[in-house]
Design a binder for this molecule. Sequence first.
Ligand SMILES: *Cc1c(COP(=O)(O)O)cnc(C)c1O
Length: 521
Amino acid sequence: MGTAISMDRFDYQPDQGSVRAQEKAFLFNQFNLSQYQHSMTQALALLEKRIETVEKPFSGVLPQELVGQFQAINLDESLSPEDALKELESIYLEHAIYFHHPRYVAHLNCPIVYPALVAELILSTVNSSLDTWDQSAGGTFIEQKLIDWTAEKIGFSAQADGVFTSGGTQSNLMAMLLARDSYCEKHLNGYSIKHQGLPPEARKFRIFTSELSHFSIQKSAAMLGLGYDAVIPVPCDETFKLDVGQLQVLIEQTLLEGNLPIAVVATTGTTDFGSIDPVAELAPICQAHGMWLHADAAYGCGLLTSNKYRHLLSGIEQADSVTVDYHKSFFQPVSCGAFFVKDKINLSYVTHHAEYLNPLSATEEGTPNLVNKSIQTTRRFDALKLWLTLRYMGVETLGVMFDSVINLAQKTYAYLQTTDRIEALNRPSISTVIFRYVPDSEVPADLVDQANEYIRKAIFRSGEATIASTKFENTRYLKFTLLNPETSSEDIQFIVDRIVHYGDEFIAKHFNEFSMISEAS
Ligand SMILES: *Cc1c(COP(=O)(O)O)cnc(C)c1O
């Protein structure tokens, strides 16, 4: 009592050789480097062992089979690192979905390249936060240089800018926010939603996008106070692209109703079909009506890396904003995406100057604070993954990889066309193929739908492959999303064989029941 505060709390000298005091034992710093390295090596060994032995993309486990293990875990008790990893192996690694497996052909999850994993290690270890220069320094320039590089690939001028995001959903939200706010400023006498909230006219705002666009457009409209009903679905043509003629009719109709068309969203690579809306035809229509044009290239952005197929995105540089998801088609780990605007002035709709973080004076002094362009504050240095990927591999290698999955999709389509009991719906635009199982015999349409849903579930349960399913014009289809250069024609043949097998199995079981019911009635 009454003694001076002990100074050793402030004395940063480790007692070398002795066991580190408990409260500091796990901190990442120069005193714990050997434990850090040991732990990382253990984890690496576990991953190596797992990846070497993965035979299927999925174990097939059901939620009710796995949940019991979680109920038994008491998080108030810690384990040794060895036991913690062993536990993780059984509750997670044994049952994870493995996107690197060549028979994972379900959703838009690409296999990833290891230079990006080297970057993951570095960015998590240093733990920069990219909101301000004073939390990232050189990291800010790395991100900005990648933004400028991608903007140039899009075909934007030096007036463009952008920022990394958590993915397509966040990028699309930013696009709709900028579309809404710039419309108000331009068409409602400089009205500022940022300061004044939504104007009464907001009830009349309408956004046009194809019926095949991503649901994040509707979600964004809801979050921005415009509501799902503000989004007008535009029919597609027979190649699954937004029908420009129909769009014009719908815009005229909207104007006649006294509503206000504020934006068109083109999807340059739809999630299901890979179809690419004609941005170049949409640009003059948007200009004529003072509407914002957004291009959602969450999936299609991979074409930016391709020498062979880059032309499919031509016109994208005429959009006011663009969504890019490196974690969809640049072989990057989740999360890694970005949002771009043709005119950087529009990013000011999300700028807020906080005295403690990014005061206006810092901007005036020329300090680059990326938070000025983002709807996030603390933000991961995801840019480093793309950086090391480009520095290790070069963009051409990425492009060749993406070309190979486009070619595989075309081969797959040709193969499906020659396969009995399989009906392909679309000639692939990028690297997805949509098709369905159709039995030989006369089977009612809803039973065929059920057979296709059964096929997807049965294959998932077996774990031998994973495929996706979707609905088009009220009919159930199956989908391959091909993003893995390691997937071979043999893998595709194997999966198609299983599809036909499970389809036949379902029909054998249920069609007889159905026939008996019909006969009885
Ligand atoms: C996947 C996807 C999105 C959403 O991106 P996330 O990264 O999952 O948030 C948006 N648009 C399209 C066309 C997509 O395919």
